[in-house]
Design a protein around this ligand. Structure first.
Ligand code: DC
Length: 231
C-alpha cells in the first residue's frame, strides 16, 4: 500500500498531537511530535543555565548545541514514542508551563531549527509518517501529500491546556495559561525563520466546536483519499 507523509500544523493547544497520534495508530504510521523536540532543547538551555533569572544567553546556547541530542524511543506501555534528551526520557519534564514560557524564543533560533529539521527529514525519509508542528507543511515536508492546518479560539485552547495542567497536578491559573497561549501565538507567527503560517495547499480545520472523534474521522478520510489515489 502506498505510504504518504501527513503534515499537521497549527496553533498551540489545538489538539494536533491527539489527533495525529490517533491517525498514526490507525494507519500504522510513525508519529513525530516536533514541538517536543523544541521543548527538549529548551529544557537543555534551562538546565545548562543559558536561561536564568529571566536572562537568555542565546550565543552560549548556540555554541553548545553540539552537545544536544534529541531522539524518540517507543514507550511499550503507551505505544507512542517518548522524547529523549541526551538519552534521558524527558517526556514529563518538557510539559511544564515553565518550558512553555521559554520555548518560543528557543524555536526562533535558526541554528536550533536547522539541527531539528535535519533530524525530522531523517525520520520522515521513508514516508509513512504523521508529523505535527508549526512548519511541517511549509518547510520540513513541503511535498507532503496531506497537509492540515489546525486552529481554534485562544480561549478554548487555553481552557484545554489549563485542564491538562490541572489534571497533572500543576498549580497554574487560567489567566497565566491564556497569556502563554497568546504570547506563543504572537511569537510563533511573527518570527523570521519558518513562522507559523498555513501552507497554500493545507486544509484548514477549526476545531473550536468539533470533538476529537469527528476530527479524527475527517482526517482519516482525507488520508485514505490520498493513499488510495482518490484525489
Ligand atoms: O506544539 P508545542 O506547543 O509542544 O510546541 C512548542 C513550541 O515549539 C511552540 O511554541 C512553537 C515551537 N515549534 C516550532 O517552532 N516548530 C515546530 N515544528 C514545532 C514547534
Amino acid at each position: 500500500m502506498k505510504k504518504i507523509t501527513i503534515a499537521i500544523d497549527g496553533f498551540s493547544s489545538t489538539g494536533k498531537s491527539t489527533v495525529a497520534k490517533m491517525l498514526a495508530k490507525e494507519l500504522d504510521y510513525i508519529y513525530v511530535d516536533t514541538g517536543a523536540m523544541y521543548r527538549a532543547v529548551t529544557l537543555f538551555a534551562m538546565r545548562k543555565l543559558f536561561i536564568k533569572d529571566g536572562h537568555f544567553d542565546k550565543e552560549g546556547l548556540i555554541r553548545n548545541l553540539f552537545l544536544v541530542s534529541v531522539n524518540f524511543k517507543l514507550n511499550p506501555v503507551t505505544g507512542i514514542a517518548d522524547v529523549y534528551l541526551n538519552n534521558e526520557n524527558v517526556e514529563k519534564e518538557i510539559r511544564t508551563l515553565e518550558v512553555s514560557n521559554f520555548v518560543s524564543p528557543i524555536a526562533a533560533i535558526s541554528e536550533v531549527r536547522q539541527l531539528l529539521v535535519q533530524k525530522q527529514h531523517e525520520m520522515g525519509k521513508e514516508k509513512g509518517i504523521v508529523m505535527d508542528g508549526r512548519d511541517i507543511g511549509t518547510v520540513v515536508f513541503p511535498d507532503a501529500e496531506l497537509k492540515v492546518f489546525m486552529t481554534a479560539s485562544a480561549d478554548e485552547r487555553a481552557r484545554r491546556r489549563y485542564d491538562e495542567l490541572i489534571a497533572k497536578g500543576d498549580d497554574v491559573s487560567f489567566e497565566a495559561v491564556l497569556e502563554n497561549v497568546q504570547k506563543r501565538d504572537r511569537l510563533d507567527t511573527s518570527r523570521e525563520d519558518s513562522p507559523l503560517v498555513q501552507a497554500d495547499d493545507a486544509i484548514l480545520l477549526d476545531n473550536t466546536y468539533t470533538n476529537i472523534e469527528d476530527q479524527f474521522h475527517i482526517l482519516l478520510q482525507l488520508a485514505k483519499d490520498r493513499i488510495y489515489g482518490r484525489c
